[in-house]
Design a binder for this molecule. Sequence first.
Ligand code: NAD
Length: 311
Amino acid sequence: MLGLTLGGLMAKKLDGKKLAKEIEHRLKDVISSNLHVAGRSPGLAVLRIGNDPASGVYVSNKEKACSRIGVKSFGSHIEGETSTEGLSKIIHELNNNENVDGILLQLPVPLGVDETALLEVISPNKDADGLHTLNLGRLLKGESGPRSCTPAGVMALLKNNQIQVEGKKAVVIGRSILVGKPMALMLQEANATVTIAHSKTRNLVELTKEAEILIVAAGKPQMIGCEHIRPDAVVVDVGIHRVPSKESDGHTISYNLCGDVRFQEVESIASAITPVPGGVGPMTVAMLLVNTVSMWRDHCGLSFNLRDMLL
Ligand code: NAD
């Protein structure tokens, strides 16, 4: 698994960009070969509420991916409406729109909007992000249903790189509904022995040093370094942060991306590591497409199997 460089042994880079591209090719083929029976393209609505600039980039990436494979976008950018009731009405309309197979609420939503309530309004069979209570319950029980995209993307990346999960000690840093909790459930489903660390965990280093698989989703730029890593661990960095780069006069000129892990330090200790960008991010988008195309299949009574792409 290790790659040899001039400097010595370095961790293998888990290339999410490449795998996401392969998944897109496969989905594009599946869509075009079933289009005549379905009578319509798959449809995805991505709802962006407010003006968070990072969300703008993520939504645009998702819509571009849709257009690459033949999924129609029904998304909207809702700038004015920030009442939970008004937004619920918009989601209800999408629930009733027969051309829409998946609905995704881009998180975070602005202050004052009830994210939990809105996620519940999305019909469970259009829940492109797998965050409805029913679908999280299905994950808990090992039943099929749309899976949370980011953790599903991590599992696909591990599987595709032949990283054995069964029997391994895995530590997940973070316990959010979006990433940490479903991630821990998926690793457990794949027979890892899983520990969840969070903001109140004492002695984080002691825990992470034991991890054969370490998933970092704390949302804290560069918090994990070589002191946290067991030699030969597999390290997955879910964090993504836009760091402004400044001109000498102090003005922001552009943004660079970084993760929760200090990549350069960790890559000389780990056996495998995801880069930021190009690791988990593209896999999240790929899994959103897998969920959408799977729901299109179910809504249109088609039969093809994408289960091998999921856990
Ligand atoms: P969140 O803020 O909801 O949750 C962070 C979790 O980390 C919390 O459970 C908290 O208890 C834990 N935590 C915080 N500080 C900690 C510390 N010092 N030690 C241990 N645990 C700590 O964030 P989230 O929505 O789960 O996202 C996490 C990160 O992943 C963010 O950077 C987010 O931008 C990123 N993200 C990336 C993708 C992607 O596609 N790459 C998708 C979703 C989220």
